[in-house]
Ligand binder design. Sequence first.
Ligand SMILES: [Zn+2]
Length: 369
Amino acid sequence: MEIDEVKLRKDIFRLVNYLSRHEKASSMQEMDELRTLCQLYKELTGIDYVFDFFLNKKRVDHLYHQYDVVNANVFRDFCEMYFADLVRCALKLEKSTDKNNEYYMQVAANKLGKKMRYYNEKEFKEIILSYYAEYGDDIYNLVKEYFDNSRIGMGVWTEVSEAYFANSFLGGGYVANGHEDLSTYSLGGVVHELGHAIDYKKLYLNQGKKLSTISDTLLETPAHFFELSLYEYLIKNHIDIDYALLLINDSIFTDVSRLTPYKGIDVFDGIMNLDGEIVDEEGNLIYNLRDDIVYFLGTSIALNMMVRSKDNKKEFNSILNDYLCGRKERTFEQSLETLGISYEDFINGKYIKPYIKQRNKELIKRIND
Ligand SMILES: [Zn+2]
């Protein structure tokens, strides 16, 4: 699977043309999108387009400091409940607070002692399409367009291993995945990024809104929902039960532990002060708090959504649509209510606790088998 470089280059120049003719109308969002498309092009071809006159790094950085919802004390309670009761016990790893994801995956996979499944291109595409078909024609057709128009590239490393490059003017984007292998692992990655593509179309484009993805605290929730639901789909259809269970566990571990105090740093003090970044004595960035919040919420809300959707998939499709399209007008609590989850039930983990316990039990059983 490859991204069509010629198409991408044309897209970049169409956008540059548009921005240069509509300089006043062009938003920071569009400029940031141009920057990321150029970055993708550079990864693919080695050719570095720099459109300095559009890019004002200072203003882009400024957007990173916008958060709209965080009640630090409530989240502190939530994290402590979540981490202490559920995640730490999952694989009984001694270094359970180690942030190194690859180390964790390696240890877990060794314990599991089973091979991950690999797919040919036809199988890979069919699994993704039949999975997304469960969410109706709209979503299915959107995903199919990404395949038909060569907008998904495997083996393309950008700043991160997996990314979605969106563009409002072009009405879509590209999915880049750093892994060349078509495995259960990269399946989850591609489905996640296609989740961003769906969200982008439903919230950002169809609504005709000029929003900043950077300041959207709930940005990661739909993509995580589609990713976690894919793992359930792989379990239900006996496609790769072992690694689906492992990846569910890994998602929870990685993203929930982001907001758990580690290395002596209390992240919550940062949230209280609305500091975007935590730096060490020499001023080096230790981590970007905005990412930690966005990914933490991504997994914890998506887990709730996924558990809720299991009972009645049909009904949940319209609920999901409502959540995707309207979340920018709602407060954090209202967004949860749209999903049929009260704030209280979110905090005390009413829906997700039993689910996580059950899935962890199954994983541990498979490890011991
Ligand atoms: Zn994402």
